[in-house]
Design a binder for this molecule. Structure first.
Ligand SMILES: Cc1ncc(COP(=O)(O)O)c(C=O)c1O
Length: 400
């Protein structure tokens, strides 16, 4: 029998998925572990896709996306960032994660180092290891509302480092990085001659604070931006994202690897994307208001129950302090004892020690019942007196 690749076997598995698979076997489980909007793709987007499919728009497109969609996306980036952006800078990708994976291979050689934030979204490391990269981390600590200190980022750079990944609004923490931190991260990259890979999957989901992209601080083409329609328009399964790559050589290589791997993004999804980005944006504003009110209700419930958390300013996640380093054990007990699935902090790295990630992308009654049961579990495990003594984690700055 031929052997399989040891390199592929080294790609780590995500603890979110492990927990989700356990939870799927429990029909009573309340699902707070999944990072997927519970809302529906807007009707006009579905209609546009159906019309395109009926009209025969079902063939291959350019590997970097249709001219029509790239023009629409360039205009959207220019509008949202106030930065002139051309269609020639855009690569349409099979979701943001595909864009990131292509960039890992196009911009870094095997053995070179990519710095990830800690806590981290596990799929970055999976894709980086698959590309043969070395992975380092920089901390984004709970005490600082999970916003990284630029000095910590600079201290994490080694002679092998070639790129820093920045993710604001952040998964798993919901932190939104202030403008001065974003500017300083780009300045550090310039000083050390690094790429900045900016994962902006949640750019549209902030709660009264601005999203600042590293791209607005780019002076020489080292910043690459990755966005997606997955979260903004509840389109996770349509697999449609895009990268803005100002550096012409990097753009060419990313597009080239796209051709070698996915051939092109789905033609029907591209037609849907034109409709999503150019059509009415009411559903986006509604979704953000929905996540925000769930965030407020969840934080209030936890405060009333004496359970510390770090209040998120964006995305749709809430980090809850469960006061034990064995967050995997806690998550498994919570599922087994009370039918609530959450993502254990251990899956996101050392800076998430003691926390579990709760998704706000769940119906309010599911979210609040789940958090109530989580508090019950903590009460039972700690004994009646302990919750009152738990050290509170400082909250991120209140949203305006
Ligand atoms: C931080 C982050 N990056 C990338 C992705 C993947 O997005 P897409 O569906 O566009 O591939 C996700 C999805 O959960 C995410 O949370």
């Amino acid at each position: 029998m031929p052997t399989t690749s040891p390199a592929a076997a080294r790609v780590p598995r995500s603890g979110i998925r492990t927990l989700m698979e356990l939870a799927l076997r429990d029909p009573e489980a309340l699902h707070l572990e999944i990072g997927e909007p519970d809302l529906r793709t807007p009707g006009h987007v579905v209609d546009a896709a159906a019309a395109a499919a009926r009209a025969g728009t079902t063939g291959y497109t350019s590997s970097i996306g249709t001219d029509a969609l790239r023009a629409v996306l360039a205009a959207e980036v220019a509008r949202s960032l106030g930065r002139p952006t051309t269609p020639e800078e855009v690569v349409v990708t099979h979701g943001a994660m595909n864009g990131l994976a292509l960039a890992f291979s196009a911009l870094l050689a095997p053995g070179e180092e990519l710095l990830l934030p800690d806590p981290e979204f596990p799929n970055w490391r999976m894709a980086a290891v698959a590309a043969g990269l070395r992975v380092g981390t920089y901390p984004a600590r709970a005490e600082a509302g999970f916003v990284p200190r630029p000095a910590d980022v600079e201290a994490a750079i080694t002679p092998a480092t070639r790129a820093i990944l920045v993710n604001s609004p952040n998964n798993p923490t919901g932190a939104v990085y202030p403008a001065e931190v974003v500017a300083e991260l780009v300045a550090i990259a310039r000083r050390h001659d690094l790429w900045v890979l900016s994962d902006e999957c949640y750019d549209a989901i902030t709660f009264g604070v601005p999203h600042v992209s590293p791209l607005v601080h780019d002076t020489d083409g080292r910043v690459v931006l990755f966005r997606t329609l997955s979260k903004t328009y509840a389109m996770t399964g349509w697999r449609l994202g895009y990268a803005v790559v100002p550096h012409a050589g990097a753009h060419d290589l990313i597009g080239h690897l796209a051709e070698a791997t996915v051939a092109c993004p789905s033609s029907v999804s591209q037609a849907a994307a034109v409709a999503a980005v150019t059509g009415p944006q009411g559903s986006v504003a509604e979704a953000v208001a929905t996540y925000r009110s769930r965030r407020d209700a969840a934080v209030a419930l936890l405060a009333a129950r004496g359970v510390p958390c770090v209040r998120p300013d964006g995305a749709f996640y809430l980090m809850v302090d469960v006061g034990t380093r064995d967050t995997d054990g806690f998550a498994r007990r919570l599922l087994a004892d009370r039918h609530v699935a959450v993502a254990p902090g251990s899956t996101f790295g050392g800076a998430a020690d003691g926390f579990v990630r709760v998704s706000l992308a769940a119906a309010p009654e599911v979210l609040l019942t789940g958090l109530d049961r989580l508090a019950d579990q903590l009460d039972e495990e700690r004994g009646a007196l302990v919750p009152a003594c738990a050290a509170p984690v400082p909250q991120a700055a209140p949203a305006a």
